[in-house]
Design a protein around this ligand. Structure first.
Ligand code: E4P
Length: 218
């Protein structure tokens, strides 16, 4: 399973890269807006930090404009994946861009039917938003399971990226369901390290070591 960082913040990215577990980055217009830097500049800086897929999202809503914007984003760096919303015009844009060899990440996916359309259009990645479905009181993880099954039934090459992840359990469940990628906010990535028994066990080991060897040294 690939781990992407779901952030446009360079400090978070540098810290996560240092752990050696990050394969790529996803951004969206809200994450870019938080950084207060034009999308092209920020995406270029991200691409300079990591050698992996970096998703950059269009903000147009007609196929013609999305294609033009997508081509411009793809020119920033070879690792840019153009993120396109899962609307009718978006699917049209994905078909055109994928025929041009431009890789796309189809975002705002909330149903298996939508995911089928993304795969048929030649998407490189599809992003089902599990946390936002959970927020409505429905089981978001069922969507990941359905898409993984459908893509495997027909041999679609589109990768399933579990998005809108809220905690470590989402990551584990998405991995069990066979999601190819999980994109994690920095806070969730940190949570993956944590277990109270690890802390407690380490404290005990170090205390035992100190007791045995520091006493001898005295
Ligand atoms: C990633 O590609 C998505 O834009 C992101 O995971 C959305 O997460 P949110 O629902 O926490 O905003």
């Amino acid at each position: 399973m690939k781990f992407f960082l779901d952030s446009a913040n360079l400090d978070e990215l540098k810290k996560a890269i240092a752990w050696g577990v990050i394969d790529g980055v996803t951004t969206n217009p809200s994450l870019i807006a938080k950084e207060g830097v034009p999308v092209e500049d920020q995406v270029r800086r991200i691409c300079e930090l990591i050698d992996g897929d970096v998703s950059a999202e269009v903000v147009s809503i007609t196929a013609r404009e999305m294609v033009a914007e997508g081509r411009q984003l793809a020119r920033i760096h070879k690792n840019v994946v153009v993120k396109i919303p899962l609307i009718e015009e978006g699917i049209k844009a994905v078909s055109i861009l994928s025929k041009d060899g431009i890789r796309t990440n189809v975002t705002l996916c909330f149903s298996a039917a939508q995911a089928l359309m993304a795969a048929k259009a030649g998407a490189y990645i599809v992003s089902p938003f599990i946390g936002r479905i959970d927020d409505l009181g429905w089981p978001g993880m069922d969507l990941i399971k359905d898409i993984v099954t459908i893509y495997s039934n027909y041999g679609f090459k589109t990768q399933v990226l579990a998005a809108s992840i809220r905690g470590a359990l989402h990551v584990v469940e998405a991995a069990k369901a066979g999601s190819h990628i999980a994109t994690l906010p920095y806070k969730v990535l940190q949570q993956l390290f944590q277990h109270p028994l690890t802390e407690k066990g380490l404290e005990q080991f170090l205390a035992d070591h100190r007791k045995a060897f520091e006493l001898i040294e005295v």
